[in-house]
Write a protein that binds this ligand. Structure first.
Ligand SMILES: *Cc1c(COP(=O)(O)O)cnc(C)c1O
Length: 438
């Protein structure tokens, strides 16, 4: 870092809060409020290409994972109105949410039950496609369901796919890779949940655990993979294809809103709240949404107080050169999907022009929000995913943002979407255990 930690704490109040483990909110002062001023280093065409690839693979997905039959192999989740939860937030946190509150149920995405179904599965499919095309075994116009045939499974078994993961990324990479026929190694930090490791092992995935934190697991995984030329490493600190897989969500959500006749325009702004770990999932989604809704969408990330790496990286402008450990913070959180101490610089830089802000939330609150959502909406999402409520429970900060962006007159018609990033695969006994924590 160019500046000392003491200097950045002095200069940036939100960073001082992070250092004190106080919940806080940082508003992105580098954001460009006009679409025309925003740099688009990744073009719409690249996102459209990712979307078309997923369409080509749909017949394969449908055949390999019969649970996707209804959507014909397109892995997508519904949105649902949760105004019962809005009432609770308005009563107990004085959130003053005026427009409708919706939830995007990536917690219930087929196959892996988390947002990682978007990026993780996409990246593996892309790699698989490249391999079989180079080998002359498949062309774009083929029906990709042939990939379920034994000759392809045998072909893929010569190759290994590796990933570092706090849990859900490993699940998504592991499940899709094993299904295609690849050898799979997932490098996990020790604090990753036991049931996730078990589930992976049951699919024939090799799970290697590390005493150290997540960055160490990624580093070792990358090294291990680089030594083997038939091994591919899914690098969620730097992966563009992972990012593109997430970004496809933008256009899909737009279509979903249109189908429900939900208007988004300058008089009906869209506010989206997404839990953030290393940044790939919320970053890709934000990027995709911005490309669809331009000035009319406002995206916020939420991180646990113990692992607010993206806030630290973006607020200081140091990105991956700074870790929460530099502030004396553990990086450990019960929200295992978000237990990351050092953010992706690739994502952080892409967010500079477009992200509205980042809130932080205490672990304890996640359990209580989880419980309330179950009570008000009969809906379970994992504690990490409940971080998505973290900005909405900071009405003072949100009000300031609304005033500064001159949105006060249209907030009554705003659409709020909390992005539920995981949950449907959590075993019932874990749910019971979580419920005892609030
Ligand atoms: C991975 C994950 C996130 C955040 O995604 P990143 O790409 O790590 O920022 C959020 N919620 C859940 C449940 C996750 O598994």
């Amino acid at each position: 870092m160019d500046k000392s930690i003491e200097e950045v704490i002095e200069m940036i109040p939100a960073v001082a809060d992070v250092a004190d483990l106080k919940e806080t909110m940082w508003m992105n002062d580098k954001r460009k409020s006009e679409w025309g001023e925003i740099r688009r280093e990744i073009g719409e065409e690249e996102i459209a290409d990712a979307e078309r690839r997923l369409e080509r693979f749909a017949p394969y997905i449908e055949k390999a994972f019969p649970e996707t039959e209804e959507s014909h192999g397109i892995i997508e989740s519904p949105i649902r109105m949760i105004n019962g939860m809005r009432e609770f937030l308005n009563n107990d946190f004085q959130s003053e949410i005026e427009g409708d509150l919706w939830i995007k149920l990536d917690s219930h995405l087929p196959i892996v039950g988390s947002v990682k179904a978007r990026g993780g599965i996409y990246e593996v499919l892309k790699y698989a496609e490249t391999l079989v095309m180079e080998a002359g075994l498949l062309k774009e116009s083929d029906d990709y369901s042939i990939l379920t045939e034994p000759r392809f499974i045998e072909f893929f078994s010569q190759y290994t796919i590796q990933a570092g993961s706090t849990g859900n990324l490993g699940l998504s990479i592991g499940i899709i890779s094993a299904k295609l026929g690849f050898q799979v190694i997932v490098h996990m930090s020790k604090d990753a949940k036991e049931w996730k490791k078990k589930l992976l092992r049951s699919k024939g995935v090799q799970v290697i655990e590390y005493e150290n934190d997540y960055s160490k697991a990624v580093e070792e995984g990358r090294k291990n993979s680089d030594e083997d030329e038939k091994s591919y490493f899914v690098d969620d600190e730097n992966s563009k294809s992972l990012f593109l897989g997430y970004a496809v969500a933008g256009k899909r959500l737009k279509k979903q809103l249109e189908e429900k006749k939900i208007i988004v325009d300058s008089q009906h702004p869209l506010f989206v709240y997404i839990p953030c770990g290393i940044g790939g999932a919320p970053g890709g989604i934000t990027y995709g949404l911005k490309g669809q809704f331009h000035n009319d969408v406002h995206c916020f990330f939420v991180e646990p107080t113990q692992a607010s790496c993206m806030l630290l990286g973006m607020a200081t402008g140091e990105h991956d050169k700074v870790s929460v450990k530099d502030l004396g913070i553990s990086g450990l959180t019960e929200a295992d999907g978000l237990a990351v101490g050092r953010p992706s610089a690739f994502v952080g830089k892409l967010m500079e022009d477009i992200l509205s802000g980042i809130a932080t939330i205490d672990d304890k609150k996640l359990y209580c929000l989880m419980k309330k959502l179950m009570e008000t909406e009969k809906l379970f999402i994992e504690p990490s995913a409940c971080a998505s409520f973290g900005a909405l429970i900071r009405p003072q900060d949100m009000k300031k943002y609304v005033m500064e962006n001159n949105l006060q007159d249209v907030m009554k018609d705003a659409v709020h979407i909390v992005w539920a990033t995981g949950g449907s695969l959590v075993p019932q006994e874990m749910v019971e255990e979580y419920l005892t924590k609030c």
